[in-house]
Design a protein around this ligand. Structure first.
Ligand SMILES: *[C@@H]1O[C@H](CO)[C@@H](O)[C@H](O)[C@H]1NC(C)=O
Ligand SMILES: *[C@@H]1O[C@H](CO)[C@@H](O)[C@H](O)[C@H]1NC(C)=O
Ligand SMILES: *[C@@H]1O[C@H](CO)[C@@H](O)[C@H](O)[C@H]1NC(C)=O
Ligand SMILES: *[C@@H]1O[C@H](CO)[C@@H](O)[C@H](O)[C@H]1NC(C)=O
Length: 446
């Protein structure tokens, strides 16, 4: 018998739906956030507080130092026996020593493991590591979810949207999908599947998935066996004169998300194996879809000189290029005093008397049914720029129509998704990003 979702969490799901503001991306490479809400979240929305923590894109924010410094890598073995080291995004201020993971959605404990749950019509659950890895190895022992439209992911994602992925579609449990992105730039030739006679059903079998990432190459392993390798040497772009290879400090993210939600674009749904059946046997029996995680190990990259060090307290960027040579491993504070703070004003506190403030501010970013990571969202530039991010979390995907189809995304939203390209574009753009508006007063009660 699986544990049930606590009533308080159910109540919050409902509340967030009401509070959730649906909106097109507000920030992109060509449209930075304004000074009052300087931080551009992973989901392309401007705000303060948690918007300035993990996922804050310095290139799209008011200034490079609007985002809070990223806690540097610390090697950790995280036994996922309970949720003690998992903190909800509404309660995290940037102190990586106090928690291993920041959660959106509903992680639960069961049988000595952590379940990432996705109740009917919800956007699922995402856990993001509190520390950032600048190269290194990360390993997760887990069982994926199942059924068409249900996607499980284990990824590395940097704040400038370098990304390395493992993904599983719930209707193809013998295929381990892998991918990578440089700064969120889509390139559909980069995906690759791992299959092996030892991988028959990722939902019922425990496997250990591992990403080994160095400045020279990425290796994806299943049960200690290399399933795919991608070398930096293959990624030179002579037009832009850069290596289009993931190279910036990244958070580990584990998630379950509704790729097959009816509100997602058709290409997304097709890629995810079809529409989700929210009245399936699994939902009737367990009340939610879930992935199971038993242990995650982060092993930081070992080096004395950049790139890839972990000597200081926080990583920051000194240039909007967002390449490895623009990362600074420094000693700046990573902890906000309150969710009203930003990288520009780390010590901003709540008002003494909450009744004095009736203003609402965006303090917790990005919940949608679009899945984790950027999955190749265009990082702006040539096609007019994009801040369309894909989030996942506590808010029902149903409250999130295709907002991304407005505001200059027309051509992509029209894509039919009848080929891999289309599928991926729809997937990227079809999921809208939006922010939960949380009253400052209400925050004090959380
Ligand atoms: C990986 O497998 C999926 C599901 O069968 C398929 O749609 C996709 O084309 C495959 N990708 C590659 C690169 O072979
Ligand atoms: C995609 O990546 C491949 C190999 O990394 C490269 O050869 C190709 O030109 C890229 N395509 C685009 C559109 O960037
Ligand atoms: C290099 O980058 C340009 C501009 O982003 C892009 O159009 C082109 O396809 C890229 N070429 C390769 C080989 O990746
Ligand atoms: C950044 O990465 C490139 C390619 O891997 C490497 O040649 C260069 O030395 C790195 N720069 C720094 C500052 O680490």
């Amino acid at each position: 018998m699986l544990p049930s979702i606590p009533t308080v969490a159910v109540a919050l799901l409902g509340a967030t739906t009401v509070l959730a503001q649906d909106s097109a991306p507000q920030c992109s490479l060509t449209k930075k956030c304004p000074k009052e809400t300087p931080c551009c979240s992973q989901y392309g929305q401007c705000g303060v507080g948690a918007y300035c923590l993990g996922g804050c894109d310095p290139r799209m924010s008011f200034s490079l130092d609007s985002c809070v410094p990223e806690p540097v890598c610390e090697s950790r073995t995280m036994k996922m026996e309970n949720t003690d080291r998992i903190v909800d995004a509404s309660k995290y201020l940037g102190d990586a020593s106090k928690a291993d993971w920041v959660a959106q959605g509903t992680p639960l404990t069961h049988g000595g493991n952590v379940l990432l749950t996705m109740p009917a019509h919800s956007a699922g659950t995402v856990l993001a590591s509190t520390v950032y890895m600048w190269y290194g190895n990360v390993k997760a022992r887990m069982k994926t979810s199942k059924d068409a439209g249900v996607v499980t992911a284990f990824i590395l994602l940097s704040d400038v949207k370098d990304e390395i992925d493992f993904e599983w579609v719930g209707s193809e449990l013998d295929i381990v999908q892998t991918n990578y992105y440089f700064q969120g730039i889509p390139n559909y030739t980069h995906s690759g599947n791992i299959t092996d006679s030892s991988i028959k059903n990722t939902n019922t079998e425990w496997h250990t998935y591992e990403i080994r990432w160095t400045p020279e190459k990425i290796e994806w392993l299943v049960d200690d066996k290399v399933g795919r390798t991608w070398e930096k040497s293959k990624t030179w772009n002579s037009t832009t004169n850069q290596w289009e290879f993931p190279q910036t400090p990244s958070r580990v993210q584990l998630s379950i998300w509704p790729g097959g939600d009816e509100k997602n674009a058709k290409g997304t749904v097709d890629w995810a194996g079809g529409y989700i059946d929210w009245e399936s046997e699994a939902i009737k029996k367990d009340k939610y879809y879930y992935a199971t995680v038993s242990e995650v190990t982060i092993e930081c990259y070992k080096t004395d000189k950049a790139p890839g060090t972990n000597k200081g307290k926080g990583y920051t960027y000194n240039d909007a290029k967002g390449t490895n040579d623009t990362v600074v491993d420094g000693d700046d504070n990573t902890v906000l005093k309150s969710l009203l703070g930003t990288g520009l004003d780390m010590d901003k506190d709540y008002p003494k008397d909450p009744s004095e403030s009736s203003a609402t501010q965006d303090v917790i970013p990005g919940l949608s049914g679009g899945g984790p990571g950027t999955n190749g969202q265009a990082a702006g530039g040539a096609n007019g720029g994009s801040g369309s991010g894909l989030g996942s979390g506590a808010t029902p995907a149903g409250s999130s129509p295709n907002a991304a189809c407005t505001d200059g995304f027309q051509q992509v939203c029209g894509a039919s998704g009848d080929q891999n390209n289309g599928a991926r574009s729809d997937r990227m753009y079809g999921a809208s990003a939006f922010a939960a508006l949380v009253a400052v007063g209400a925050m004090l009660w959380l």
